[in-house]
Design a protein around this ligand. Structure first.
Ligand code: NAI
Ligand SMILES: C[N+](C)(C)CC(=O)CC(=O)[O-]
Length: 321
């Protein structure tokens, strides 16, 4: 089946944090966008979130013809997907809900339109179990804010065609993203498996009274967080091994892996732990609103992306290297 790779119309189902991020990215790339969300007041909330993201997208550079006016919000799943060239579902992370929704989406969509889910870790073979033409169904897992962060993990299910994975890769690349094909269908894929490990350890540190939420965030943002924007753990640790590289690093720090530094199983989410985390992060927010912090995050991300791009160019690398 030749899947659509030159898309004009993007359908977004679910317009919360992630769905609205997809809508903003698609609009900024000059597409027509059709959106559906069953919540009362969803259209107003969506347009507000897009308006908050738009200054960053303008700074990054809009495609010719890009406009917030090219968003149309409709009243049913079928109206949302019928004419769409590419479909992105960003509904709540519940297997039963996604199973039912994808049966509806795929029955109404053009057979040659790719259908993607933003799920953070559910398995596509599970929630596409009753889909029509499941060969074009896959996961396109983005990162928040979707309109600025390039990574999208593509994961196929049991029935997904290799050519559908290629088509999704083409579409996401045209939307300015950096697709990463996750070759095995595993819960949490690659990135969330890593992020969850860090998150569990952070919760243990709060639970054990070792550090506040702000101190833990400091430990990330003034250290590893800075280098993670341009170099991953494997290459970073290769440099940490000095001239002898990874073999020396493994010899020196490998035995520490046997020490009980980490807990791995998640801590019990007691009321006390939840209160500690909420109180800690409320203190970190201070007087700032979420929308103001989103704009600060967007501007800082743009600056980091720009700096990484410039440095890579100076070293003869492309941004995607
Ligand atoms: N929040 C995050 O950091 C990330 C979330 N995701 C994934 O994106 C998806 C959406 O998550 P969020 O945007 O964070 O959630 P959210 O709670 O912000 O938004 C979900 C939206 O779906 C709507 N909705 C409710 N029932 C629906 C239905 N039957 N069909 C369509 N929409 C429905 C809600 O009204 C709401 O607007 C989930 O699968 C999640 O795992 C992926 C990457 C990051
Ligand atoms: C917390 N989360 C699992 C929903 C996070 C993601 O899926 C990716 C992200 O943006 O960190």
């Amino acid at each position: 089946m030749p899947y659509i790779t030159e898309i004009k119309t993007f359908a977004a189902l679910g317009s919360g944090v992630i769905g609205s991020g997809w809508v903003a990215r698609a609009l900024a790339h000059g597409l027509d966008v059709i959106a559906w969300d069953p919540a009362p007041g969803a259209e107003q909330a969506l347009r507000k979130r897009i308006a908050n993201a738009w200054p960053a997208l303008e700074k990054q550079g809009l495609a010719p013809g890009a406009s917030q006016d090219r968003l149309r919000v409709v009243a049913s799943v079928e109206d949302c997907v019928r004419d769409a060239d590419f479909i992105q579902e960003s509904a709540p992370e519940r297997l039963e809900l996604k199973l039912e929704l994808h049966a509806r989406i795929s029955a109404a969509a053009k057979p040659e339109a790719i259908i993607a889910s933003s799920t953070s870790g559910l398995l596509p073979s599970d929630f596409y179990a009753t889909a029509t033409f499941p060969e074009r169904c896959l996961v396109g897992h983005p990162f928040n804010p979707v309109y600025l962060l390039p990574l999208v993990e593509i994961v196929g299910g049991r029935h997904t065609d290799a050519s559908a994975i290629d088509a999704a890769r083409t579409v996401y690349s045209a939307l300015g993203m950096r697709p990463l094909h996750v070759r095995k269908e595993v819960p949490g894929f690659i990135a969330d498996r890593l992020l969850e490990a860090l998150w569990r350890e952070a919760l243990h540190l709060v639970n054990d009274g070792v550090a506040s939420t702000g101190e833990i965030d400091d430990a990330i943002r003034f250290g590893a967080g800075l280098r993670w924007s341009f170099m991953g753990t494997f290459l970073t640790y290769t440099l940490a091994g000095g001239d002898a590289g990874m073999r020396h690093f493994m010899a020196q720090f490998g035995p520490a892996l046997k020490l009980p530094w980490t807990y791995l199983p998640a801590p019990e989410l007691t009321e006390r732990l939840i209160d500690d985390v909420v109180e800690g992060t409320t203190e970190q927010l201070g007087e700032h609103s979420i929308a103001a912090l989103e704009r600060y995050r967007d501007d800082t991300l743009l600056a980091v992306l720009d700096a990484v791009k410039q440095s890579k160019t100076a070293h003869g690398m492309a941004f995607g290297d």
